[in-house]
Design a protein around this ligand. Structure first.
Ligand code: ASP
Length: 459
């Protein structure tokens, strides 16, 4: 199809073009009518000496000649403000009934349930299109940066076994093995470590993670994405260096913002708590939205005290829960303390914080079977729970490189960079806070026939 984008019309002055898009606004002055046409590139004013039978949000095909506007009608606020299209023909491709939500403006004041129900209309909003395009630019940059640093992008399974990150699992019933379930991964943690055992050396993935945990503004309920990274034969500092270089470049080249300090400050967990009272702090003095203040928090304690909420980790009655996750390596100097005083053991964990948010976390991993087993015991794993991770213990007996990684959250970082207050604003189809999917009504009841096939009964 031979169509020209609105924004490209500046290069076609005096020429005939075909535009396709939505009728954004209509101004009818009797003898002359203006129709602003919107497509992915922006808006262009089209004009005719007659009226057409069109309404807001109709999809149309307009043919005409691009003209320079008279001097007094130039609009400096839009990229096509010096031109307009003189309509020769206008064809309605698809009519539109009145939209249930307005799509001009930022949309913050519209009921969110309604925005998500009509997300495909909400996404016509310029702000959200800009956010999604920025997201794509960031992901493309990450891919290109990591590829040129020797990384391989590898996809890991979605239907898998539990990989705990401190939340509940989403379970998927198996038809072929009734009574058994897959778990959706809370992260690709185990697979990425197994890829290091396999000798892939440097892995990354724009990974989807699934966690059934209570919703928060800075993490969408249900699913989110992270840039999952793992590297072999590294020390913690190697991971931090790669991460800070990647995020400095993203900040400058993609977000067109400044980083406050480079290299990013490294602050111990203890100092962070003493100085800022929290382990995710904002180093900006004036809260300048054009500055991203990254820092690494290091030297975390390996364990926190276990609470009832940690039941999915261990017995729920053990004293310790992992501060990060159960694959994080203890500081080598503190290994004897695992027996005498586990609370004092430091973990080789690193968190990346930015403007008051935790935007990523990672660690050097345990690669010795005995230490991994010791951690399982300390967090109160039963024999059965330990068996769930036998594949990791076994893998560690076949020659395993020291390894570690990090996983910055895609939405959280974009939220900080765009100044949005909720990660849902940087996702195409997020769920509502109560776990309802956008547009489509899930979760929903299953067909009794399917339940029967799965041998499931709802009690
Ligand atoms: N798997 C961890 C997480 O999802 C990140 C990591 O340790 O690399 O937070």
């Amino acid at each position: 199809m031979n169509r020209t984008l609105a924004a490209d019309c500046n290069e076609h002055i005096g020429k005939k073009v075909t535009l396709m898009g939505w009728i954004n606004t209509i101004r009818d002055h009797g003898k002359i009518s203006f129709y602003d046409l919107r497509d992915i590139s922006g808006i262009i004013q089209t004009v005719a000496k007659k009226q057409y039978e069109v309404g807001h949000e109709y999809v149309v095909k307009i043919e005409g000649v691009v003209k320079k506007r008279p001097e007094n009608l130039i609009n400096k606020n839009i990229p096509t403000g010096e031109i307009e299209l003189e309509i020769e023909s206008l064809e309605v491709i698809s009519v539109a009934q009145t939209l249930p939500i307005p799509i001009e403006g930022d949309g913050y004041d519209i009921d969110e349930k309604l925005r998500l129900k009509y997300r495909y209309l909400d996404l016509r909003r310029q702000r959200l299109q800009t956010n999604l395009k920025l997201r794509f630019q960031m992901l493309s940059f990450m891919r290109q940066f990591l590829a040129s640093n020797g990384f391989t992008e590898i996809e890991t399974p979605i239907l898998t076994k539990t990989t705990p990150e401190g939340a509940r699992d989403f379970l998927v019933p198996s038809r072929l093995q009734p009574g058994n379930f897959y778990a959706l991964p809370q992260s690709p943690q185990q697979y990425k470590q197994l890829l290091m055992v396999a000798g892939l050396d440097r892995y990354f993935q724009i990974a989807r993670c699934f966690r059934d945990e209570d919703p928060r503004a800075d993490r969408a309920y249900g699913e989110f994405s992270q840039l999952d990274i793992e590297m072999s034969f590294v020390e913690q500092e190697d991971i931090l260096k790669l991460t800070e270089e990647l995020f400095r470049q993203i900040t400058e080249k993609v977000f067109k913002k400044k980083v406050l300090e480079y290299p990013f400050p490294r602050i111990s967990h203890k100092d962070a708590l003493e100085k800022y009272g929290v382990d995710k702090f904002d180093l900006r003095k004036d809260k300048d939205p054009n500055v991203l203040a990254f820092a690494f928090v290091v030297d975390f304690p390996l364990f926190t005290e276990q609470t009832k909420e940690d039941f999915y980790y261990g017995s729920g009655s053990a004293k310790f829960a992992p501060s990060h996750h159960m694959f994080t390596a203890p500081h080598p100097d503190d290994i004897p303390l695992l027996d005498s005083n586990p609370a004092k053991v430091r973990g080789l964990q690193h968190d990346l914080v930015c403007n008051g948010y935790e935007v990523g976390g990672g660690s050097i991993r345990i690669h010795q079977r005995e230490i991994q087993e010791k951690i399982f015991n300390l967090i109160g794993f039963s024999t059965e729970q330990k068996e769930q991770f036998n594949h990791m213990l076994e893998a560690f007996t076949y020659g395993v490189p020291p390894h570690g990684g990090i996983a910055p959250g895609i939405e959280r970082l974009l939220m900080v960079a765009t100044g949005e207050e909720n990660t849902r604003e940087v996702m195409a189809f997020p769920m509502t806070g109560s776990g309802q999917t956008a547009v489509m009504n899930a979760p929903s009841a299953a067909d009794p026939k399917i339940l029967k096939e799965l041998k499931l009964k709802i009690s």
